[in-house]
Design a protein around this ligand. Structure first.
Ligand code: PMP
Length: 461
């Protein structure tokens, strides 16, 4: 099929796309008027579009192509698995080799007693699993009223009804009647945007203490779990102050509230350790995984759960699961991804080589008059844009207009950086080299300069 569509001219592909394809998180009529950028192939950290442009992908797709594009081993493994066993389910007392091997490998990689894996097709599905599994866990223990979840404003946990409710995106809640009952949101530890005059350590502690206040308000006997990303991703790469996570862990332990770390972005090396929980020094009861598990080469996610939870859940029939839970082709691809990551020491590469090189580029970009600071953990980062650095001021309206202009200027310079509001987001493939990061820095600087010029011209500074 791709050979047919690759031969159509861009305008025809765009017309077909506009006529039949509904894009996620998109005003489709606006896109139809403009025409989608059509990506036809990719290698390493570079995408090629249907007009032959080579674009540096500083977002690793959607924070997922950790190995980089075009690794032939992945396709070979997928083809072999398709020949051998393209599908079988893991319901009804059956199993298969890829699911068994991947679960065992994840138990080995995951910290502490996180030894059990429930597979899903995506991060959203895995968080829906968590919602039902945790409520079932407390019900099985004779505490069915311990069913409430606490999450955070501006968190992202996925797009299904359950995961969208766990998330704290108001623009998502406004559509389709979210959140479902029993889910509560506290403030996020975003010092740059919300810390005003406070220092970040005090601010981090104060935001963590909001969890305790919410638990006491609801009653600890009603609260099942707290869910959070070790570093918020889609919320704008919000790296919490150092005081935040230790206090959260203490509060969860004290009130017997389970801690769910959503590792969908942070997992598999992104922050310079296998898991973001290790970078933040926490021991969660459950980790949500997806994206980097297969480097995005196949759709697969899951929940890695502790011995304590598995002991209870495994003693009952948990009436939950997906046709594609542990899909053999996806599991085989994920295993190959993990094999390559270990063999090529990619987590060490992030920690010792790529993250310091990115930090150098960010330091350089932070000198730009539009950049208000740097949020970074390993190879995930954001640069908040500001009209006034010293006061961390935000642009009038704070609607993301400036971020949008900057993103368009990135495109014009063959660079993909995403914008979340007026923050520019960076999350490149983990295999990126220092030379490639220099090229990223050059293109990002050009895009920032062009944005500055536009803002001056439009009197927006
Ligand atoms: N959790 C986090 C932290 C995410 O970033 C995402 C996706 N961006 C999800 C969950 C949802 O994953 P998916 O899109 O695979 O459903």
């Amino acid at each position: 099929m791709s050979s047919i569509t690759n031969h159509l001219p861009t305008a025809e592909l765009q017309a077909l796309d506009a006529a039949h394809h509904m894009h996620p998180f998109t005003t489709n009529n606006e896109l139809a008027a403009k025409g989608a950028r059509i990506i036809t192939r990719a290698k390493g950290i570079y995408l090629t579009d249907s007009d032959g442009n080579e674009i540096l992908d500083a977002m690793a797709g959607l924070w997922c192509v950790n190995l980089g594009y075009g690794r032939p081993e992945m396709g070979k493994v997928a083809a072999r698995q398709m020949d051998e066993l393209p599908f079988y389910n893991t319901f009804f007392m059956t199993s298969h080799v890829p699911a068994i091997a991947l679960a065992a490998k994840l138990a080995e990689l995951a910290p502490g007693d996180l030894n059990h894996v429930f597979f899903a097709g995506s991060g959203s599905e895995a968080n829906d699993t968590n919602l039902r599994m945790v409520r079932t866990y407390w019900a099985q223990k004779g505490q069915p009223e311990k069913s409430h979840f606490i999450s955070r404003n501006n968190a992202y946990h996925g797009s299904t009804v359950g995961a969208g409710s766990l998330g704290g995106m108001t623009y998502m809640h406004e559509q389709g009647g979210l959140p479902i009952p029993g889910i509560h949101h506290i403030n996020q530890p975003d010092w740059w945007s919300e810390g005003a005059e406070s220092n970040d350590r005090d601010f981090g502690l104060a935001r963590a203490k909001e969890l305790e206040a919410k638990i006491l308000e609801l009653g600890a006997d009603k609260v099942a779990a707290f869910i959070a990303e070790p570093v918020q991703g889609a919320g704008g790469v919000v790296v919490p102050p150092a005081t935040y996570w230790p206090e959260i862990q203490r509060i969860c332990k004290k009130h017997d509230v389970l801690l769910i770390a959503d590792e969908v972005i942070c997992g598999f090396g992104r922050t310079g350790n296998w898991f973001g929980s290790q970078t933040m020094g926490i021991t969660p009861d459950i980790m949500t995984i997806a994206k980097g598990l297969s480097s995005g080469y196949a759709p697969i996610g899951g929940s890695i759960v502790s011995d304590k939870i598995a002991e209870v859940i495994n003693a009952c029939e948990f009436n939950h699961g997906y046709t594609y839970s542990g899909h053999p082709v996806c599991a085989a691809v994920a295993l190959e991804n993990l094999r390559i990551m270990e063999e090529e020491s990619i987590v060490e590469h992030v920690r010792d080589v790529a993250a310091p090189a990115l930090a150098d580029e960010l330091t350089m970009l932070n000198e730009h008059p539009l950049v208000g600071g740097v949020n970074v953990s390993g190879l995930m980062a954001s640069l908040p844009l500001t009209p006034h650095k010293e006061s961390r001021a935000r642009f009038a309206g704070n609607k993301g207009d400036v971020g949008f202009i900057c993103r368009e200027n990135c495109f014009a310079n063959n660079l993909i950086m995403r914008h979340v509001g007026d923050r520019m987001i960076i999350s490149p493939p983990l295999v990126i080299t220092p030379e490639e990061l220099k090229e990223f820095g050059k293109r990002a600087k050009k895009a920032l300069d062009a944005t500055y010029a536009t803002l001056k011209e439009k009197d927006m500074l």
